[in-house]
Design a protein around this ligand. Structure first.
Ligand code: NI
Ligand code: MN
Length: 223
């Protein structure tokens, strides 16, 4: 059985087909971190949506410690290689890579970044297809990818200011039509305090059959 565990903010631990994947592992300095970095003992793959501090976070440290591989936008992969990460796969938008039977597809996001550009990830395993939107505003093109790769679980930002807010995120969900939507990137600090119930209600009002699962940091959604 697999799971998606929220580590707080945009950080998730995903257990899929027996592999542990960390996304945007910002633990140190994250007011809502669900664990300490010392508690992270295992990771097979680390994914980072963009190089802002609240996403790149402890990625290098954890990759060095666990020997996890990295996959992401080309310029950020170069940086990870230079930091002594065991194996960093450089990719670009639309690119896909298979790492130990899990397919990772780099998809667009609309935000900003220093190295390369901002992205989202579609992660396809036997047990589930999971989409992490990264930091993004509302954009339409995700529909093309969601049509090609039907999404079971979508992780979407709702905190506003730097990303979509609950209303925009609910509209975004209508383009993806996942089975489950999990809100993230809210409540970490006051400027992005939003009520996830507003997102839940807005999605329910769309009548598309997507279930919104609100996690607390440290909680898991099992699939
Ligand atoms: Ni950002
Ligand atoms: Mn962010």
């Amino acid at each position: 059985m697999g799971y998606v565990k929220w580590l707080g903010h945009a950080a998730f631990e995903i257990f899929l087909d027996g592999r542990t994947i960390l996304i945007d592992p910002w633990i140190t300095g994250n007011p809502k971190a669900a664990c300490k970095i010392e508690e992270i003992k295992r990771a097979d793959l680390i994914l980072v949506t963009h190089d802002h501090g609240d996403h790149l976070g402890d990625a290098v440290k954890i990759a060095r410690k666990t020997g996890a591989a990295f996959a992401g936008i080309y310029e950020l992969a170069n940086y990870m290689n230079n930091q002594g990460v065991r194996k960093a796969y450089g990719m670009n938008i639309g690119g896909s890579i298979k790492i130990k039977d899990i397919e990772v597809i780099l998809v667009p996001a609309f935000h900003s970044a220093e190295r390369g550009r901002e992205v989202g990830y579609v992660i396809r395993g036997k047990e589930a297809t999971i989409y992490h939107a990264g930091d993004t505003g509302l954009f339409y093109d995700i529909k093309l990818y969601a049509d090609l790769y039907p999404v079971d679980i979508a992780l979407v930002p709702i905190g506003g200011l730097y990303t979509m807010d609950p209303l925009q995120a609910a509209e975004f969900i209508t383009l993806i039509k996942p089975k489950v939507a999990i809100p993230m990137h809210y409540g970490t600090f006051p400027p992005i305090d939003k009520d996830p119930k507003d997102f839940q209600k807005a999605v329910e009002d769309k009548g598309i059959g997507t279930k919104v699962v609100i996690l607390k940091p440290g909680e898991k959604y099992e699939f």
